[in-house]
Design a protein around this ligand. Structure first.
Ligand code: ASP
Length: 348
């Protein structure tokens, strides 16, 4: 297998933004860590694998065309938002009040610019709006009606809320409401509540990183609850040496500032990416009672995809353009075999 290694040694983690070294682009995506094996049907599984493959190919096409990591992240996430198998865009989970309230964020690791939106109800692709917040406003985070007024001004596509509705998500809410009414704890595993959030991290040919995340949040959420996904540093973060998109029980990602914590370990403490992600995702978050996973990428193209659930929809695509997709824990996603990146001759 061809590894997306650096072509020049000068683009080291943490200093890639000042380098113009040519780098083999990489894109990593997730479709949520709420995989419940016994709920999966072969038809659904095939549809999910296909959608993940399409998202990887769409994002990769941006990278090979010389576009930015931000472009690749946006393109991949739009594909997943437009697929109703995921809890983002159409197919989002319902709130306690029977609405879909969507959150998304994007961050450009090269400039540390970021944009996010929370609690939007009519925006077809929240990641596109988050990007517009980043690029066209002096703000980082917009919420609710104000965010939608900005979307309208920008000509970003708005839809009737019925666009987001799927029968499966509606039934998921009905079940939770019955349990709420009977004051019974939810029978579903906690992971079922946050099934299918999507995210992407990318490294472009300039050696720049970006991260993005989009979600409907958690089934049966109340009172305008906002999770970690649109909070820069919690569910989404990128700097010059590290990019992370998280997925899981958002309150724990907020409390641990999970994405930032991983990136600080990598870029400030020089902890290898796999260890840094394992510390946060496999130790810190479960030790507090949370669950979930993350995708992470460093400036050398190293990939880490840890999760502490039954599985995580995940995939990556490197220099050879071959998409790798996996769902279950124990299923080979191809990242374990990746050798350490070998910097090419720096005198080149
Ligand atoms: N983290 C998201 C939230 O809590 C849900 C998820 O990732 O599945 O809103």
């Amino acid at each position: 297998m061809k590894f997306p290694h650096l072509l020049l040694a000068s683009a080291l983690a943490g200093v890639a933004s000042t380098s113009h070294a040519a780098v083999s682009p990489v894109l990593v995506i997730h479709g949520g860590a709420g995989v419940i094996r016994h709920d999966m049907t072969p038809v659904r599984e095939t549809a999910i694998r296909l959608a993940m493959t399409r998202a990887l190919q769409r994002g990769h096409a941006e990278l090979v065309a010389g576009k930015s990591a931000v472009d690749a992240v946006t393109a991949a996430i739009v594909v997943l938002e437009d697929d109703s198998n995921f809890n983002a865009g159409t197919g989002a989970v319902f709130t306690h009040d029977g609405k879909n309230e969507l959150d998304a964020a994007i961050m450009d690791g090269n400039t540390l610019n970021a944009g996010s939106v929370a609690g939007v109800e009519h925006v077809k692709n929240p990641i596109v709006l988050a990007r517009a917040v980043m690029e066209k406003t002096p703000y980082v985070m917009l919420s609710g009606m104000g965010a939608e007024a900005f979307a309208r001004e920008q000509g970003i596509e708005l839809v009737d809320p019925s666009y987001f509705r799927t029968e499966q998500r509606w039934q998921q809410l009905q079940k939770a409401l019955k349990e709420d009414a009977a004051k019974r704890p939810h029978a579903d595993e906690e992971t079922a509540k946050h099934f299918g959030t999507v995210g992407a991290v990318a490294l472009d040919a300039q050696g720049h990183l970006a991260a993005g995340t989009s979600t409907g949040g958690m089934n049966d959420k109340r009172w305008g609850r906002i999770g970690d996904s649109p909070v820069i540093g919690a569910g989404t973060y990128a700097n010059s040496g590290c990019a992370v998109s998280g997925t899981g029980w958002g309150e724990f990602y907020l409390r641990t500032v999970a994405a930032y914590e991983i990136c600080m370990k990598v870029t400030q403490m020089r902890v290898p990416l796999k260890r840094a992600t394992a510390d946060v995702i496999n130790q810190e978050i479960p030790s507090l009672g949370g669950d979930g996973g993350a995708i992470a990428l460093d400036a050398q193209g190293q990939i880490s995809i840890p999760f502490n659930t039954d599985g995580m929809y995940r995939g990556w695509i490197g220099a050879d353009g071959v998409p790798h997709v996996a769902i279950y824990g124990g299923e080979d996603d191809g990242t374990a075999e990746l050798p350490e990146p070998v910097p090419a001759d720096s005198t080149e």
